[in-house]
Write a protein that binds this ligand. Structure first.
Ligand code: URA
Length: 440
């Protein structure tokens, strides 16, 4: 087989066989296929697309390109959750302890921030001492003991995706439904859960900007999951507005803890509790109504907060942070971003706000950058709210005062104001499962 012929076939819009996809992935991972040929094929896939069979084959081949985790030693139905990424998205920190407190084991591998989006592993590392680099044995032992572990992906989980993702990132081939679906699902399948709940974000802070594209991405991922016998459900949720009020690692962990205490922002609570209930449903805890009730009880009784403390202990962090937020440390510089006019916040470019938080130090500008855990943004006014001239819209936190003017400039580009209150979309827009699409 020649790589030239595989590229030519896809360039001409033809369907690739399993063997051709395998030839590409194996050759690219071993180094026998160079970057320039892999890039040409990625661009051909980007322009001509892949059908469901090709997408499922690509996923399976990438999932099996490295280690696969066997969670068989953990009893019960293991349900995983994955978010396609957003700004202020700290739902895993809330959902995982709730679901574990309700008796469904959570063995979750998470990622770091990517571009303007934050990552669960960076957030957890804001907790003093917290260890995210667990061996597979430590990871499984923790779930056996306390029903919960959230750790970084092992180095050799779906290495083909890692290599391909880095290439897509620099060849303008990220935003393709087949490529995103196979990238996400290859990692989910390799990490071994029986069932998967996907939080597919839609809007200005998400990879998919429109509801229709988000539904297509969700359908592609549900189809892949079902093909490999992993029941998969996708919830399409709003990411035109940041979720909750906190953006930045320590700030988000504190907001997640507040939510587990029943004192979190309403939008964050709504999305987190719905996703937690979906996980419980897939974990065999009864119908949706019953699962919603279990979620509320786990929060009201304090059981979910206790579970978070147990996870922090098990992963060597200081669980005192749950009651003493000063242990997170605070930024040496705070700056208020105020409204320039009287009116309403018409819209927020949520990805731009994510970039402002990266400028302040909350994310990485290059792969080598280190994170300032106390940097970030607290938003007090969001889309739809009325403001007076001079009202504080947000407070910026950083340990690099020199970065404030640049962050403010970015923030100014993110907000649009109007004289009339804009229409606000619901937070939960649709559900996609093997039976089809249910719009709310
Ligand atoms: N997240 C992933 O893991 N892969 C993609 O392609 C996009 C988002």
């Amino acid at each position: 087989m020649r790589m030239y012929d595989v590229i030519e076939k896809k360039r001409d819009g033809e369907e690739l066989s399993y063997e051709e996809i395998k030839f590409f992935i194996s050759g690219y991972c071993s180094g026998s296929i160079p970057d320039y040929q892999a890039s040409a094929l990625l661009m051909a896939i980007f322009l001509k697309g892949m059908n469901q069979r090709e997408t499922a084959d690509l996923t399976e081949i990438m999932a099996n390109s490295g280690d696969t985790i066997d969670l068989g030693a953990i009893s019960g139905i293991k349900v995983d959750k994955h978010s396609t990424g957003g700004v202020g998205d700290k739902t895993t920190l809330i959902i995982a302890p709730i679901v574990a407190a309700c008796g469904v084991p959570v063995a979750k591998m998470s990622g770091r921030g990517l571009g303007h989006t934050g990552g669960t592993i960076d957030k957890l590392e804001a907790i003093p001492g917290f260890k995210t680099g667990l061996s597979t044995e430590e990871f499984i032992r923790s779930v056996q003991k306390i029903g919960l572990a959230v750790a970084g992906q092992t180095g050799n989980l779906a290495p083909a995706d890692k290599k391909l993702y880095a290439l897509r990132d620099v060849t303008a081939t990220v935003n393709n439904i087949s490529l995103i679906a196979s990238s996400i699902m290859s990692k989910k399948i390799a990490s071994g859960a029986d069932r998967i709940v996907l939080d597919v974000k839609t809007g200005s802070g998400a990879f998919m900007k429109t509801l229709e594209d988000s539904i297509k991405l969700a359908q592609a991922m549900v189809d892949i999951g079902e093909r490999v016998g992993r029941k998969t459900v996708a919830v399409i949720t709003e990411m035109d507005i940041p979720l909750g009020n906190a953006i930045g690692n320590s700030l988000e962990v504190i907001e997640a803890i507040d939510t587990l205490k029943g004192q979190g922002p309403e939008d964050l609570e709504t999305v987190s509790f719905e996703l937690a209930a979906k996980m419980l449903e897939l974990g065999g805890k009864g119908d949706h109504e019953n699962c919603r009730r279990l979620v509320s009880e786990a929060v009201k009784s304090g059981a979910a907060l206790e579970k978070l403390k147990a996870m922090i202990d098990a992963q060597e962090g200081n669980h005192q942070v749950v009651s003493d937020y000063s242990l997170f440390g605070s930024a040496n510089t705070q700056f208020d971003f105020v409204s320039p006019i009287e009116g309403y916040i018409e819209s927020i470019k949520t990805d731009t706000l994510g970039i402002a938080s990266v400028v302040l130090g909350a994310g990485r500008e290059t792969k080598e950058s280190s994170i300032d855990y106390s940097a970030g943004i607290m938003l007090y006014k969001k889309t739809g709210m009325s403001v007076k001239k001079g009202d504080v819209i947000a407070t910026l936190y950083t340990n690099q005062p020199g970065k404030v003017p640049e962050a403010i400039e970015v923030m100014q580009q993110a907000f649009r104001f109007s004289a009339k209150a804009p229409e606000i979309k619901p937070l939960i827009l649709a559900l996609v499962d093997s039976h089809g699409v249910h719009r709310y």
